[in-house]
Design a protein around this ligand. Structure first.
Ligand SMILES: Cc1ncc(C[n+]2csc(CCOP(=O)(O)OP(=O)(O)O)c2C)c(N)n1
Length: 951
């Protein structure tokens, strides 16, 4: 029905049967977007509004048995046809030919009869009712339905309905139904596809026969993945992206390294052949392979490839990856976001999403199974974490190790999780290379258009067992009988091109021999290099072993005063919440009149001074803008209109960006993200803050596999800061411990610093030290057990002079003790809040015990050996050394520090433990019991044979 046949004067009564159905659908479109329908229709809808079944709007009542019945029948036919069309769109994937090797039968759930239709009836339905996106191509409704079936049930299938944004949804349907997304594939391109498939498969076969019995996690069965990556690289280069960041697990990684990252065959072969390879020069392009001093297995190593084309320089990065499936996902997002952010100017970083494209390749068992995937998807549209859309490929080989999908997920598809995040999903049969490349083209176009994530569920199979040495017939005999008989993708495509006369049979048959000759030559080049000696020392480079010394961190008084003043000037008409305004205003006297600068204030001054020195800062964590303990307030909210103001953006001397984000309620994904961000932008002071330190163990995999060991395994440097609120304050087992013991256990080779401070000025200097070394090779992460009640403790606050002078000190003696060194019989070492508890106890005494010295160990790792040794040597009559901690004996620093302290005294003086006894739970649940325990610890540490500080 054309709009020219509509009579504006006649209202809805002129339509019935299929035409009424058509108009109703157009009216729905009009309601969504009045501009989406033709002008005549819009004018009609404006005049007549919605259709109502009132007498005067219906066509005149026809005579029973003639017009009326026919009209009704037409109406039902049209509605049924529309139901069928909708059902094809919604359910087509359920009967699509998307699984190359399947054991079950596919049922046709979309036949005409199910919808009370015959072919003849469908022919009478106007095609525009069923396929509004390209109805011009069809003569009737039957053709339109057949086209929809072809589109939605063949070797690509689409799940789109979960996308809530109407414009996007329409765009997707239009692309799919019109076939606009299908790239033009010339014969040359198709020949190149065949050659690529030859390389992909031939490479695997060559390794299989040359390096017998070695794991390679073959790509075979999902070979098209390489061609899909080729496609996205080609399009990104054309569009001028600067960076592509890829995260993937073991499956097909060697193939991706060889063919997408351009890692030379020689390098890969030498890793299999145990030949020295670090000096091999890449043959083309520039390839950086990442090595640390202890190294990693070949299918975890990442690489960088640089492509220089015309005027574009693109870097493709395959991120280093631990065995832990999916944990690299947020890391890659962080890498991409950092590459998109410009941090060189004051204010928030400005983001350009076109600069970097993240691509994540998942396993079909890992994607639904690992929670970090959901956490990563949840970040995809958040202001602080969005990366302009990630292209996800599920490398779906139907199986996870030996576990079939029925045992590894509760959903039909591996991709179903993504639908909860309104992400469109394309399923594609991995045997159909052209469909796979088209799927990638559509995914890429969608990402460019809407800056959102999209998932391609690439469904293939696994040619061998999990790692080629496993025998899959033992656990999945039926499936693997079929797989064995199934032709390879190279053969399927080769035969197709031969049939279509695009390549000759001879050409096809000789392709593999030519490739084998080439691969053999590459192998011959390195064959003689077999490693003769093994260097087992694996020592880190000197700069890693260096201590951090000589980094000046003081800021002169005038600068601090100016910064402080500027931080307290808000824009005109900005209404700070009065209560907060009063608190902030106390910062004037703290700086100007010799008052006390508390922890939050010292932090703000440190941040301000750092950005005035041109070092950008990014701080994230749950509720970090205000601060869990209301201590920070770096984003102010106008209490009249909710507008926001960042005082750190108002500095006249600001030279770099500052941003702070409240994170989603995640630990593992957000820590992974910040780690990635920091790796990509090592010059940025990147800080993650736990709400309470206890919760940080949700990110344990990132601490273990990336932050603590990434440099040793992959040479991947990071200067990330972790703020972990820690301290026993009677709040129960889950709000007391930042699990310092775990960070100390992982500490070695200067992989990070572990600190637990007692003064605000120490925090100021430590942050500045961290910021100032970021660009240097010595840079390393910082783990800081952050305070809670100490945030507002008078003893912890500092004065201006302590910021304007001095530096961070790894150990601090308690003031006013040990005035006569000869009299000191006991030295108590402690760290963090328990040390302040002891200081408070002693401060309440009129007379200080002369036999006691308390030393606060502010930096636990690296162990401040020289400083502590000097102290111990000063007390010549020393009889006992105590280590005091509030944590149970099996937690806290005891097991780490005990051997260090013993070694300093040549084991001549016993080192006693004072703290809670070994416990399975971190702390008491009852605040009164906590108090009892805490008092006992302080008593034991500060009293002696009846003498001492007991109240
Ligand atoms: C977090 C984690 N748990 C367990 C494993 C052990 N593991 C290695 S591969 C694998 C199966 C993965 O299946 P899938 O995600 O489908 O990928 P595929 O190997 O089939 O490509 C398992 C369980 C791991 N590597 N990481």
């Amino acid at each position: 029905m054309g709009s020219e046949s509509i009579k504006l004067s006649e209202g809805w009564s002129q339509f019935y049967g299929p035409n009424l159905g058509y108009m109703l659908e157009k009216f729905d479109d009009y309601q969504d977007d009045p501009e989406s329908v033709e002008e005549d229709l819009a004018a009609f809808f404006q005049k007549w509004g919605a259709y109502q079944e009132t007498a005067e709007k219906q066509p005149a009542a026809p005579v029973a048995g003639t017009e009326e019945n026919r009209g009704k029948q037409d109406y039902y036919t049209a509605i049924n046809a529309m139901r069928l069309a909708e059902s094809i769109r919604r359910n087509g994937h359920l009967m699509a030919d998307i699984i190359p090797v399947r054991l079950d039968e596919v049922k046709d759930i979309l036949n005409y009869e199910e919808f009370d239709l015959t072919r003849e009836e469908l022919k009478l339905v106007p095609p525009e009712l069923l396929s509004p996106h390209n109805y011009e191509s069809f003569n009737n409704g039957l053709e339109a339905v057949d086209h929809l079936k072809e589109t939605y049930t063949k070797r690509m299938a689409f799940e789109i309905k979960q996308v809530h944004d109407i414009e996007e949804r329409r765009w997707l349907f239009r692309q799919v139904e019109s076939g606009r997304y299908l790239p033009e594939l010339t014969n040359d391109i198709r020949k190149q596809f065949l050659e690529r498939l030859n390389q992909v498969e031939g490479f695997e076969h060559f390794i299989h026969k040359t390096f017998k019995g070695q794991k390679r996690f073959s790509i075979e069965g999902l070979d098209a993945m390489v061609l899909m990556l080729d496609e996205v690289v080609r399009e990104s280069v054309e569009d001028g992206a600067e960076k592509m960041m890829i995260g993937m697990a073991h499956r097909g990684r060697l193939n991706v390294l060889a063919h997408v990252l351009g890692k030379p065959y020689e390098l890969i072969f030498s890793e299999f052949h145990d030949a020295p390879n670090k000096d091999l020069v890449p043959s083309e392009g520039s390839v950086g392979i990442n090595y640390g001093w202890t190294g990693d297995v070949k299918y975890h190593l990442g690489a960088d490839r640089e492509i220089h084309e015309d005027q574009t320089d693109v870097t493709i990065t395959l991120a280093n990856n631990p065995s832990h499936l999916e944990f690299v996902d947020p890391v890659v997002e962080g890498l991409a976001r950092a590459a998109q952010d410009d941090r060189s100017k004051p204010g928030k970083p400005s983001q350009d999403m076109t600069k970097a494209l993240p691509i994540l390749i998942h396993g079909d068992a890992a994607f639904p199974g690992q929670g970090v995937v959901a956490e990563t998807l949840n970040m995809s549209r958040l202001d602080g974490y969005a990366t302009g859309g990630t292209i996800h490929i599920i490398a779906n080989n139907l199986i996870g190790f030996t576990t079939v999908s029925g045992d590894s997920r509760s959903t039909i598809y591996a991709s179903d999780l993504a639908k909860g995040y309104e992400i469109p999903v394309i399923h594609v049969n991995a045997d159909d290379v052209e469909a796979c490349v088209s799927a990638m083209h559509l995914a890429y176009t969608y990402r460019q258009e809407f800056n959102k994530d999209i998932v391609i569920d690439l469904i293939g199979y696994r040619r061998y067992g999990h790692n080629e040495m496993d025998e899959p017939m033992t656990t999945q005999p039926s499936l693997y009988k079929k797989v064995k008989e199934h032709p390879t993708v190279f053969n399927i495509y080769g035969e197709k091109l031969v049939q279509e006369n695009i390549v000759s049979e001879d050409e096809f048959n000789s392709m593999r021999d030519k490739l084998n000759e080439k691969l053999t030559n590459h192998f011959e080049n390195i064959k003689g290099n077999k490693r003769e000696t093994i260097d087992g020392d694996m020592n880190p480079p000197e700069y890693v072993e260096d201590r951090l010394e000589g980094i000046e961190t003081a800021v002169d008084r005038d600068t601090l005063k100016k910064i402080n003043e500027e931080l307290l000037q808000f824009p005109e008409n900005f209404n700070v919440f009065p209560k907060l305004g009063k608190i902030l205003n106390r910062r004037v006297e703290a700086v100007e009149e010799g008052g006390k600068i508390d922890w939050g204030h010292a932090e703000t001054l440190a941040f301000a001074s750092i950005i005035t020195e041109g070092i950008p800062i990014r701080l994230t964590g749950q509720d970090s803008e205000r601060g869990t303990f209301s201590q920070r307030n770096l984003v102010l909210h106008d209490y009249e209109n909710d507008s926001t103001y960042y005082p750190l953006h108002g500095l006249s001397e600001g030279k770099a960006s500052f941003t702070v984000h409240n994170s989603p309620l995640s630990e593992v994904a957000v820590v992974g993200f910040e780690y990635g961000y920091n790796v990509q932008s090592p010059e940025t002071l990147t800080i993650w803050e736990a709400q309470y330190g206890d919760f940080s163990n949700g990110a344990q995999v990132i601490f273990d596999q990336f932050i603590s060991s990434g440099r040793a395994k992959w040479g991947q440097k990071s200067g990330l800061v972790l703020l972990l609120p820690h301290g026993y304050e009677g709040q129960g087992p889950e709000h007391s411990s930042g699990r310092m013991e775990r960070f100390l256990t992982l500490a070695a080779e200067n992989n990070w610093h572990v600190t637990n401070l007692t003064r605000a000025n120490q925090y100021f200097h430590l942050l500045r030290r961290q910021a100032k070394m970021l660009k240097e090779d010595v840079s390393r992460p910082l783990v800081l057990m952050a305070p809670k009640s100490l945030l507002r403790n008078e003893l912890v606050a500092c004065d201006l002079t302590s910021l304007a002078e001095g530096e961070f000190k790894p150990v601090l003696p308690v003031d006013g003790l040990a005035e006569t060194p000869d009299k000191v019989k006991r030295v108590v070492f402690a760290s963090g809040k328990v040390a302040v508890d002891m200081e408070e106890r002693l401060a309440s005494l009129d007379e200080k015990p002369d036999w006691l010295q308390i030393i606060k160990v502010e930096e636990l790792y690296p162990f401040p050996r020289t400083h502590i040794k000097e102290i111990i040597d000063e007390y010549t009559n020393l009889e006992e050394i105590f280590w005091v901690q509030e944590e149970p004996q099996n937690m806290g620093a005891w097991h780490y520090i005990h051997p260090h302290l013993l070694s300093l005294t040549n084991s001549e003086i016993a080192v006693e433990f004072v703290g809670r006894r070994r416990r399975s739970s971190t702390a008491e649940g009852d605040p009164k019991v906590h108090k009892l325990e805490q008092n006992r610890i302080i008593d034991e540490a500060t009293t002696r044979d009846g003498e001492g500080s007991n109240e």
